[in-house]
Design a protein around this ligand. Structure first.
Ligand code: CIR
Length: 249
């Protein structure tokens, strides 16, 4: 898999925040943790692409939000936060060698963090960032079933639910209706760790933050590699949001 990543902007302190209080974010620590994350991706066999940051876009490290990469095409998003819309041209340039590109157009808005792609479905969070118009546009670009999922309390769908195995989801059922995922096996986050639902599955390996030990204990039957993602968590980012995975054709 090709893993498209982008450096941390030196302006990361000015990241958009929705559900977390602003704290000081140390650029050097964030960049070092991000390098460690890239090394982990490379050790798992990913071909890591590292794009330069754009300091005019404090959130540019969170590349997941800028595109939805499918097997035959990539959908360039129109991010819900206006401050993030200028992040997409660099990502379109990076994806162009690998996929035909299509674009979400106004008035639709969608962040890739709201999009959970599975073999036959695409679940799309209806959040403060993603609207119904985007779901309608996405339907025009895929044969997969597109399932809208109202998200309450979390920034994105994938803050609340991610895949940890081919048939298993990790979920905070406080933030999404678990009934919409009834045909999956499910592991719930520990209630004391509401932000613990964001894991990144690479092949059969689960990348998971060290910050949620109680939920981690529920994943011990899986091949889990933990990382310290605490500095970018202060910018409301999790482990999925720093990568765009592109499967080789
Ligand atoms: C934002 O609010 O857009 C960024 N500060 C965090 C984005 C995190 N993205 C993601 O989880 N996919």
């Amino acid at each position: 898999m090709i893993a498209i990543t982008r450096d941390v902007a030196r302006t990361i302190q000015n990241a958009e925040l929705t559900h977390v209080d602003r704290q000081r974010i140390d650029y050097a620590t964030a960049a070092a943790q991000h390098e460690e994350y890239r090394r982990l991706l490379a050790s798992l066999g990913c071909e890591v692409v590292s794009l330069q940051a754009d300091d005019a876009h404090p959130d540019c490290v969170f590349v997941e939000d800028t595109a939805i990469v499918l097997d035959d095409l990539a959908v360039i998003t129109r991010p819900g936060a206006e401050s993030r819309r200028g992040e997409t041209p660099a990502i379109a340039d990076a994806l162009r060698p690998y996929r035909k590109l299509v674009h979400i157009e106004a008035p639709a808005t969608i962040d890739g963090g709201d999009v959970l792609v599975t073999d036959d479905r695409i679940y799309v969070g209806l959040s403060t960032r993603t609207n119904e118009a985007a779901i309608e546009q996405l339907r025009l670009h895929t044969r997969r079933e597109v399932v809208p999922v109202p998200v309450g309390g979390a920034l994105h769908l994938k803050t609340a639910v991610t895949r940890v195995a081919h048939d298993t989801l990790l979920m905070n059922p406080e933030w999404v209706d678990a009934a919409l995922f009834a045909d999956w096996k499910r592991i719930d986050v520990d209630p004391s760790e509401p932000m613990g639902g964001n894991a990144l599955l690479i092949g059969d390996v689960v990348i998971y933050p060290t910050a949620f030990p109680r939920t981690l204990a529920k994943l011990q039957h899986l091949d889990v590699r933990t990382i310290d993602a605490s500095e970018l968590a202060k910018a409301e980012g999790g482990v999925t949001c720093c990568v765009l995975g592109v499967r080789r054709p």
